[in-house]
Unconditional design. Sequence first.
Lengths: 288, 414
Amino acid sequence: MDQPEDNEYWDIEIKPTNNLLDLKLKDTWHYRDLLMLMVRRDFVSFYKQTILGPIWFFVQPIITIVFYTLVFGNLAGISTDGVHKPLFYLAGTILWSYFSDCLTKTSTVFRDGAGLMGKVYFPRLIMPLSIVASNLIRFGVQIMLFIGFMIFYGITDGHMPINLYALLFPLLILLIAAQGLGLGMIISAVTTKYRDLAFIISFAVPLLMYATTVIYPLSTAQQKFPKYSWIIKFNPVTPVIETFRYGFLGKGSFSWGLLGYCSFITAILLFAGIIIFNKVEKTFVDTV
Amino acid sequence: MSKVIKVENLSKAYQLGDFGTGTITRDFERFWARVRGKEDPFLKIGETNDRTTKGESDVVWSLKDINFEIEQGDAVGIIGRNGAGKSTLLKILSRVTSPTTGSIKVKGRIASLLEVGTGFHPELTGRENIFLNGAILGMRKAEIKRKFDEIVDFSGVERYIDTPVKRYSSGMYVRLAFAVAAHLESEILIVDEVLAVGDAEFQRKCLGKMGDVSKGEGRTVLFVSHNMTAIIKLCSKAMLLQQGELLDYRNVKSIIETYLASNTKNGFFSTSDKDSFFRNIVLLNDRLQERSTFFFNENINVDFELEVIEPIIGLTLSIIIKDQHENPVSSSHFLIDISSNKTLKIRSCIPANFTLPGNYMLEAVLHIPNVRFIQQLPFDLNFTIEDSGSIHSSYLESNLGSIALPILWEQTAW
């Protein structure tokens, strides 16, 4: 009698451990509406009860580039490869802040979402994905600012440096989002039990910016530190920023090899991130 | 009927204590044991989950080797004292956390109401929160849209639907949250103590809705509550958990009886704790014999021995008699004369022929009314009234209350 029951079909099986390579992407896809609503929630709650509303998205990058222009451009006199300083810094900052926002927010996702995730089940991957998507909106708004600056300088200079390589833009967004997401998920998984890494992240991410070509071009770094510039070059965020500048501003170091290397590293980061995240997600409620 | 849930050898271990510098070495040991294919050295099965005694290991088994099957359309109550593992079981069933060993197989979607209103964002309006909360619970957007009017109608907060929920009263908040969850289309519904909130009318509405869900729509309901009346009303079967083990799984009435019987050990109270005002409490019958079972036509004498360190003006001893479902039946209050000794002996007498046959609990509290709470007896004393052949005995099966008031009847001839 009991024998045929073993072949019965069950929708859900809850077991202590799952297959490592089971990424639960199908389940996540089913919850795509939740992702959209969470992004909406983040966006709406960001400017609720403010007067300026979404304009606040512009304030941070504008103030940042004013200071960068003053300090790094004028005071320290770091070269910007002949590009207008505000435009050069803006390109670097918005890409970098997108990466660092994704990374830092994702790395605390278990701690921040413990209240919600300790009560209801939904594919946990939705949480980091919603962070990346929410920040993408902010990023999109800031890109408009960048395009505005670009058109302004294009008119005053009389020519637009934008070229065919700007078509790589979607790939660049994908890469930088995946880097922030992947790295963030790896860190988030480790910090559920031991929070030490969270302290490192809080000061290491701002410092990491100086190892990325945000406030200087790769060419200058290679000139001044020929021995150590490989660190900057192989930092996977650098090729993204350099390619972006190359496509939109006409200056920067671009090579298909470097971009290929960057894509490879990103894929590994993302894949490892999802696997580790899925493994920890099952019991993090007990330890976080 | 087909099975919808099958639980096999389910166990869940929790680690006690803090995670800190010390625990990382242990993590390495566990990792090393796993690499060599040995058993996890810190998960020794065997110790029971008794929070009152200190165990040897710092791993506690919140659930131990649970096996059961639930059939479609069953409404199953889960009963047990605090710490019996009820919530852990529901958490695993609703996939919030994973079991340590064993497996659960489920047919259909599971929706859990572990805490209503999770995921409500205070800044968003009621309308926005319905969508967000519905999506968190697993509904598609189109599904929520279809049921939107029904949800708003059930919650009764239509007027506030475009106001941020942070301006809601807590009652409205709960109503809206429950309404969303109750309209979830799932084959299995898991409910944990949600009825503790909301007013009586809304509680009735919720119970009714849950009854519809299980009886009308043929969905399976798992229900945790300390409210036995609600469990009897809603569930056909029940399982009794004790210290992480499944004691019994049968029809609801016999399970509740077993559960209540397991509680009736506490017929007296005695302590030598110097901080306790209550020292000894015993229940005595008319011949001053210590008892926990009394006949209907017997007085119940409750003897208190209290130790009052300093005289407190207005010190009052209150007793509350509760029925087996913990609903208060009656109460009485006594202003203590503190001029006398430090050790006080007080006797209260619950007169005969008042409390109808059944199981009761006696709660005792020391306080200064409306000023200060001083001490409550750490557990309720239990006593049983046995029928002594009164006229009430013929009505015992029909629930006609717990107290026999000395109601006067008169018949006059025309």
